[in-house]
Design a protein around this ligand. Sequence first.
Ligand code: NAD
Length: 369
Amino acid sequence: EKQFANEGESRSDSGTSGKVVFLTGVGGFIGSHTAEVLLERGDKVVGIDEMNDYYDVAIKRANIELLRRKAAEVAARDTSGETSHEDLFVFAEADICERELVKSLFDEHNVTHVCHLAARAGVRPSIEDPFIYIHSNIVGTVSLMSIAAEHGVQNFVYASSSSVYGGSKKQVFAESDRVDNQVSQYAATKKSCELFAATYHSLYGLQSTGLRFFTVYGPRGRPDMAPYKFMNRIFNGITLQQYGDGSSARDYTYISDIVNGVVLAIDKPLGCEVVNLGKGNTCKLKEFISTIERLCGRKAKIEILPDQPGDVPYTCADTTKAAELLGYKPKVQLEEGLTKTVAWFRQYEESKKSRKERDDDGVLAEVDD
Ligand code: NAD
């Protein structure tokens, strides 16, 4: 018989809060921000990431280094000198589908909670290569759910997506909406995770919350996503591709609001639920671009292309359920969030340039785009 994970709460190596969070996708955008907050509050983070090259892996490696530094900083606060950063942050570079490895991590560290953020992200590439999405997003998720159920974890929080709403014609998307018209393989994999969560709950009592994230942006954001791409192109005077006439709209949600929602969900098992995490406002693409232009102090060169298959025209979260069940309250307005994101991007570009100048004198010249 497996030990129930909450028995591990008294272990001295489980941070100061007693929670041991198995965090997948820890090298990624949302995963690394979430891990930072969990470490700061005293949770132990057992992270896993295969560090794939869907986008520049140097970004993911830098995120892992940042988390090692964060863990060292938290460990240094323990004046007894008994806590080392390895006690607080463990990192395994591996595919979540490697069952034996994942099981051994659960056993070794007495995992109490799962925060599953690893996935092959991106809508358009999923149409070209669906099988890689099925592997990471469906096989990987089901594998983790079965291991989590076997180990009796207290809560399994996982990333779903606003894309499950598909081509909904509604003005605001609520969890009670019927959603069975996913328009990309990516969206279909995310909907599948929600179906499997219900199955693992009814068969094995696994408590889970699926979080439907709405377009997340912020510092260290994903280079394949529009906010980063737009900043990069505007900043560097490169023509940007705008798909459609600019009237499509998104509910852009700042990273700190998302992380707050994730942490609230980790702390409060709800049985088996799916919850929207968005800002609850929309911004049209053309306004989004003009705000970035204003904040960068440069005009964009724009090439208008037809709408892309898989893209939905509109997303907007109804956050009532998140507020009621989790106490979620997004705080960061788009102007404030974009100001912080552009400030980060400027700094990031500067450091990349100075790295390149240094490297030009030597052998390495690593710049993206
Ligand atoms: P990300 O690509 O930055 O992070 C995902 C991480 O998972 C990557 O570092 C990747 O290497 C890792 N990964 C992928 N497949 C793996 C596997 N099989 N084994 C181990 N690691 C694997 O993406 P993100 O933006 O941080 O997204 C996090 C989660 O949120 C994903 O599930 C994504 O689908 C979901 N989501 C994100 C957004 C958004 O706007 N960023 C919106 C909706 C949903």
